[in-house]
Design a protein around this ligand. Structure first.
Ligand code: FES
Length: 365
């Protein structure tokens, strides 16, 4: 089992110290990136480490680690190549890019090349649809890629190079990226200064400036309240909202009944037993129209169906609809279905109605 280095432990303490003492479990997401930065994935030892330093149990940590796709559950290559195959990119050729890479590298989704350099995955929307099709390498973007361009990138990676992404910082390994995702700065010279956001990304900002739209001021140094303070503030806000609610209007008095009583109008109780009600439902009156009885046509022009003798209709239906040999309900008998279909088509041709004119069992000729 991995024993995490003192550097990792020190970073873990630093991450936890960013959160109020009674909210240390909020540090779980960056801590999972941190353990991934040492092992290349979140191993059982990594789960145990996070649980131990946060006072959680392993099931709680595991539930989080398995929920997010950025936490890898098995050793991952130096470079994670994610190809967006979601709708927009797919329409623009994303699947072709993915298929080309998969064939060239000889790996499928979430698999790593034998040299341990590249892990390929298809990704859902990478939030860069305006540059589709896109792929990322360790979460840095390569915009408007085509199969040949994507092949060039992976070949350069395998040869030990670090191709420049379209925008953002220079490429680093997945473990190095995990350190950044845990909340630590990229210390490489000029890493932050590399590249810049593309014009499509800035389009919203430009429009906001043009139209004088801005967000309300936000002070990044606003202190994070402790849970107790936040709960107290929420309770006070709730109490203020309750106090501000208008009192409910009194219900208008109902006119007194003929007896002169002012007692509320209540519905008469249902004095029929459940058994009686069930029996009534199963055996409607013989003169009652039974539109869904076997062999009954349901008119589509809105006229009520002619009353039929329910029992006679049922007998006729049963006789014309013998049980299917395969034990399925009689209505599933193939011949009945075909007749049903023909009948529906004939009905549609005759009166413009759709297949809904066919009876459910479809045995009436
Ligand atoms: S669909 Fe590919 S980035 Fe949105």
């Amino acid at each position: 089992m991995t024993t995490f280095t003192e550097e990792t432990r020190e970073r873990a303490r630093e991450i936890i110290a960013r959160y109020p003492a009674d909210r240390s479990r909020s540090a779980l997401l960056p801590l999972l990136h941190l353990v991934q930065s040492e092992e290349g994935y979140v191993s059982p030892a990594g789960v145990e480490f996070c649980a131990e330093v946060l006072g959680l149990n392993k099931a709680q940590v595991g539930a989080v680690a398995t929920f997010y796709t950025m936490y890898k559950r098995k050793p991952t290559g130096d470079y994670l190549v994610s190809v967006c195959t979601n709708t927009m990119c797919n329409v623009l050729g994303g699947q072709e890019v993915y298929d080309t890479l998969a064939e060239h590298l000889g790996v499928g989704h979430d698999e790593t090349t034998a040299d341990g350099r590249i892990t390929l995955e298809h990704a859902e929307c990478l939030a860069a649809c305006d540059y589709g099709p896109v792929m990322t390498v360790n979460y840095d973007f390569f915009d408007n890629v085509d199969p040949q361009g994507a092949l060039g990138v992976v070949e350069e990676l395998r040869a030990g190079g670090r191709p420049m992404p379209t925008r953002g910082a220079r490429l680093c390994t997945l473990k190095e990226m995990a350190v950044q995702l845990a909340g630590f700065a990229d210390e490489r010279d000029g890493a932050v200064g590399d590249g810049g956001p593309g014009e499509p990304t800035l389009r919203g900002l430009r429009l906001a400036e043009q139209h004088g739209i801005s967000v309300p001021g936000f002070d990044p140094n606003t202190p994070i309240r402790s849970k107790a303070e936040a709960d107290k503030a929420a309770a006070e806000a709730k109490a203020r909202a309750e106090a501000a609610k208008p009192a409910p209007a009194a219900e208008p008095a109902k006119p007194a009944a003929a007896t002169g009583s002012t007692a509320p109008d209540v519905k008469a109780p249902d004095d029929k037993s459940p058994q009686v009600r069930t029996a009534e439902t199963r055996q409607p009156d013989a003169r009652t129209a039974v539109p869904d009885a076997p062999g009954t046509k349901v008119p589509t022009d809105g006229t009520p169906p002619a009353p039929r003798d329910a029992q006679a209709a049922e007998s006729a239906g049963a006789a014309a609809n013998p049980p299917a040999g395969d034990g399925k309900p009689a209505g599933d008998e193939a011949g009945a279905q075909q007749r049903n279909l023909k009948e529906a088509e004939a009905g549609a041709g005759a009166n413009g109605a759709g297949p809904a004119v066919a009876s459910e069992t479809g045995v009436q000729k």
